[in-house]
Design a protein around this ligand. Structure first.
Ligand code: GRF
Length: 213
């Protein structure tokens, strides 16, 4: 893919992954540019993070759409399309996206999850669950979102985080976050460079853009 890819980001919370992505994209050599941030929550700190980077940001709470997730998701898809967004990144978005949105962006929605999928997918307490299970290695996953099982999409990349004897959920999450801040900009870069090649549910990373097309 040539030129700069227009990236949209969906958020709900603190926005540390958004911050990491905006920092990476500030490099003139980075192949993507964050052009619009949408939050489902008006009070998401991530909206302020977007403001600090000069990125337009808006809240689209489901209450504005008669609490109809599909109607809100359709409107979000249209909003991103209007903004010329080619790639959407869910960076701490806490709702399951419905078909009208997923179908508007096939193979073009990335999601970051704080576990090594398929372990501890599908929920909001992956770090606590991993500790309760007693895993020795945790980490984060960036995957493509598609209709079907939440957190069941093709995996683009994963980064491992060893669990320490004295870890609690907060300390482990902190180290997982540090890996997410590397993984998200890296996955976005690969996508923008056209290096992600899907073979069924297996993603292969092409060495060059030409190989990936
Ligand atoms: C991240 O841990 C991500 O894996 C999960 O939500 C968290 C978002 O953090 N989906 P932030 O809002 O980017 O700080």
């Amino acid at each position: 893919m040539s030129g700069e890819v227009r990236v949209g980001v969906l958020v709900s919370g603190r926005g540390s992954n958004l911050d990491a992505l905006c920092r990476a994209a500030a490099d003139p050599g980075y192949p993507g540019r964050v052009v619009l941030v949408i939050s489902n929550r008006r009070d998401a700190m991530a909206l302020e993070v977007a403001g600090r980077w000069g990125v337009p940001a808006e809240a689209m709470p489901v209450s504005r759409y008669s609490h109809d997730d599909r109607a809100r998701d359709r409107a979000m898809g249209e909003r991103f399309r209007e903004a010329g967004v080619a790639l959407v990144v869910c960076a701490g978005y806490n709702r399951v996206l419905t078909e009208p949105f997923l179908e508007a962006y096939p193979d073009a929605i990335l999601n970051v999850h704080p576990s090594l999928l398929p372990a501890f997918g599908g929920g909001m307490h992956a770090v606590e669950e991993a500790l309760e299970y007693g895993v020795k290695i945790s980490g984060c996953t960036v995957q493509l979102l598609e209709p079907g099982v939440p957190d069941g999409g093709p995996i683009i990349l994963q980064r491992a985080v060893p669990v320490r004897e004295d870890d609690d959920a907060a300390s482990l999450l902190e180290r997982i976050h540090e890996q997410e801040w590397l993984a998200v900009p890296e996955a976005v870069r690969l996508w923008c460079e056209g290096r992600i090649r899907r073979d069924g549910r297996v993603v292969r990373i092409a060495a060059t853009p030409e190989e990936g097309s």
